[in-house]
Design a protein. Structure first.
Length: 550
C-alpha cells in the first residue's frame, strides 16, 4: 500500500506532503481543483514520461516521492533480479530537472523508467474511465477469465515455448529462402569448383610453367649460346680454361715471394675452380636441352588455362585462385549441410508445436470451467447494482493460430435488458453500465489475485444515488483486503470511506495552488453536505450527510 506522498514544484502544487492509511480512502473536490494533478504525480512515480510543463517553477526541479509498504507483496525476487536494495518500506523518487532531464530512484538507487514501470505493476492500479472502455478489448477480457481460471503460470510457460517456436520458425523460413535462392547459384558454384579442381592448380606452379615455356620456346637459341660458350671455354690453344691455367702457372712462380702475390694466386685458383663448375653446369644444361614441341604445347595449354581462370575470377595469381576454390567448396558444404539444419529445425518445431497444443488445451479447459463462474459472479454483483436482467454470453472459438495467451478467440457478449439481443460491450453498454461492470470485475478479481493498491477515478460516472450506495459498499468490502482510493463526485460513495481527502485551490496574491487535505469528521459532514446541496449548505443537507456517514 502507499503510505505517503510528497510533491514539490509540480503543476499547481508548490509543496505537499500527505499520509495515507489502509482501507478505503475518498478524494473529492470541485472540477478543476487538482484531482488530476494528484493522479499525474502518482503516474510519474509509476514511471510515466514527464516534460518541463510539469514544473510549477521552471527554475527549480520537481521532486515527487512516494512511500510504499510492500512486505506482503513477495517482491524480494524482483529486487534481487534488478540488483536493487529491498526494503519493506520502499521509497520511489522521481525528479524532473529544469533542463528537462528526468531521474528515478528506488530506495535511493538510480533506475530507468522501464524498471520503474515493471515495479509499478505490483504497486498501484489506477482505474480511469479510459480503462473502463478497455474492458471491450479481447486481451483484457482474457486476462479476467484467466485470473479466475488460474491460467497465468501455464500461460507464462506457454509463452516461453511460443517464443522459442517463433524463433525456430524464423530460422527455418530464412534457411528455406536461402536454399531456394541458392538453387541456381549452387549449380553455378558447383561448375566453378569442378573447373578449378580439374585444373589441378598448385601454389607457385605458374612461375615454374612460365620458366619452362621460355626454355622450350627458345631451345635453339639457348642451345646455340650454350654450345658456343663451351667451345670458347674449352678450345685447346685459346680457350678460357687454357688461358686460366697459363695465368695460374705464371702466378704460382711468384706466389712465394709475397703474401700479396699469394693472395692473387689463390683468387685466380678460385676463379679457375668456379669457372670449371660453370662449364660443367653448361655442359649438363646442353645435354638436357631437347627440342620437344609436344611438351611445349602442354606447358602452353596449362598456362593458357591459368590465364583464362584468372581473367574469369578477376585475380592475378594461382594462390588467389586456390583461395576462391576453397571458399566455393565451403559455400557448397554449407548448402549441403543446410538440408541437415532444416531437418533438425523441422523436428524441433514439430516438438514445440506438440507442446504448444498441450498447453493451449490446458488453458482452454481451464477457461471453459472459469467462464460460468465469472458470468454468475458478475450477474450476482450487477443485480445489486441495478441491473437485474443482465446476461453475459462468453464463447471460446477454436483457432489454429498461436496467440500470446493460447489458441482461443473470444466472443464476450452482453445484454442488459430482457428481450434485447446480445451484443459487443462497446456497442450496447452505456457509460454507467460499463462503470458498474468494471467495478464488478475488479471486485471479483480481488478474490482471485493479489491486486495492488487500486485507485478508482470517477468510476461512478452515469450512476444514480441508490446504485452509488451499492458501489460504495462494494469498494468498502474490497478495502478489507486491499487499499482502495475513490475519486468521486457522489456523496453516497464519499460517505463510505474510512478517510476523506479534499482537493481544493487557494489563491495568494497572483499565485494559485492546489492543495490536498485530510478532513476531520466535522469537515467531512460539511463536504458531503456541499456535495448534496451545493455551496450553500442547508440543515436538511447536513442531516442527510450525517445520515449517510452513519
Amino acid at each position: 500500500m502507499i503510505t505517503s506522498l510528497s510533491i514539490k514544484n509540480y503543476a499547481l502544487i508548490e509543496k505537499l506532503t500527505i499520509d495515507f492509511s489502509k482501507g478505503f480512502s475518498i478524494i473529492t473536490g470541485e472540477t478543476g481543483a487538482g484531482k488530476s494533478i494528484i493522479l499525474g504525480a502518482i503516474g510519474l512515480v509509476l514511471g510515466k514520461r514527464a516534460d518541463l510543463t510539469s514544473l510549477k517553477n521552471k527554475e527549480e526541479k520537481c521532486v515527487i516521492e512516494a512511500h510504499f509498504e510492500i512486505s506482503k507483496y513477495n517482491l524480494k525476487e524482483f529486487f534481487t533480479a534488478n540488483d536493487l536494495d529491498y526494503e519493506d518500506e520502499t521509497i520511489i523518487r522521481r525528479e524532473i530537472l529544469p533542463s528537462g532531464k528526468s531521474r528515478a530512484f528506488i530506495n535511493d538507487s538510480p533506475v530507468n523508467l522501464q524498471e520503474l514501470q515493471d515495479l509499478s505493476l505490483f504497486l498501484i492500479d489506477i482505474h480511469s474511465q479510459q480503462q473502463t472502455q478497455e474492458l471491450s478489448d479481447e486481451n483484457v477480457q482474457f486476462k479476467i477469465i484467466d485470473a479466475i481460471a488460474a491460467n497465468f503460470e501455464t500461460i507464462a510457460v506457454y509463452q516461453k515455448v511460443l517464443k522459442a517456436y517463433k524463433s525456430d520458425k524464423s530460422k527455418l523460413n530464412a534457411l528455406l529462402k536461402k536454399q531456394s535462392d541458392s538453387g541456381k547459384e549452387q549449380e553455378y558454384n558447383t561448375f566453378l569448383v569442378n573447373e578449378l579442381i580439374s585444373a589441378k592448380l598448385k601454389s607457385g606452379e605458374q612461375e615454374e610453367l612460365e620458366a619452362d615455356f621460355e626454355k622450350l620456346n627458345n631451345v635453339e637459341i639457348i642451345k646455340e649460346s650454350i654450345d658456343k660458350s663451351l667451345v670458347i671455354a674449352n678450345e685447346e690453344q685459346f680457350g678460357v680454361f687454357h688461358n686460366l691455367n697459363e695465368i695460374k702457372a705464371s702466378l704460382q712462380k711468384i706466389a712465394l715471394f709475397s703474401p700479396e702475390y699469394q693472395t692473387i694466386f689463390d683468387r685466380i685458383t678460385s676463379v679457375a675452380i668456379e669457372f670449371d663448375d660453370v662449364s660443367k653446369e653448361l655442359q649438363n644444361c646442353s645435354e638436357k636441352l631437347l627440342n620437344d614441341p609436344a611438351q611445349l604445347e602442354i606447358v602452353s595449354q596449362k598456362l593458357q588455362l591459368i590465364f583464362n581462370l584468372q581473367k574469369k575470377h578477376q585475380v592475378t595469381s594461382v594462390d588467389e585462385l586456390l583461395q576462391i576454390q576453397a571458399n566455393l567448396e565451403n559455400t557448397l558444404l554449407e548448402l549441403d549441410n543446410m538440408d541437415e539444419e532444416i531437418a533438425v529445425l523441422s523436428k524441433a518445431i514439430e516438438e514445440k508445436t506438440a507442446e504448444l497444443d498441450r498447453y493451449s488445451e490446458t488453458i482452454n479447459q481451464n477457461r471453459i470451467k472459469a467462464i460460468p463462474v465469472l458470468s454468475n459472479q458478475l450477474i450476482a454483483i450487477l443485480e445489486t447494482l441495478g441491473m437485474p436482467n443482465v446476461r453475459f454470453k462468453m464463447e471460446l472459438l477454436p483457432s489454429e493460430t498461436y496467440f500470446q495467451n493460447g489458441k482461443d478467440e473470444l466472443q464476450f457478449l452482453f445484454s442488459a435488458n430482457k428481450g434485447t439481443d446480445f451484443g459487443l460491450l462497446k456497442k450496447v453498454a452505456s457509460g454507467g453500465e460499463m462503470s458498474r461492470i468494471m467495478l464488478a470485475v475488479k471486485a471479483i478479481l480481488a478474490k482471485y489475485s493479489k491486486l495492488p493498491t487500486l485507485i478508482f477515478d470517477e468510476i461512478d460516472t452515469g450512476v444514480s444515488g441508490e446504485i452509488a450506495i451499492r458501489m460504495g459498499e462494494i469498494m468498502k468490502e474490497m478495502s478489507t483486503t486491499m487499499q482502495i482510493f475513490a475519486i468521486t463526485h457522489l456523496p453516497q460513495i464519499a460517505a463510505k470511506g474510512d478517510s476523506h481527502f479534499k482537493v481544493f485551490k487557494s489563491t495568494t496574491d497572483d499565485d494559485t495552488q492546489s492543495e490536498l487535505k485530510l478532513l476531520s469528521q466535522e469537515e467531512r459532514v460539511i463536504e458531503i453536505a456541499q456535495m448534496l446541496s451545493g455551496a450553500v449548505v442547508s440543515d436538511s443537507a447536513l442531516n442527510h450527510a450525517k445520515a449517510l456517514l452513519n
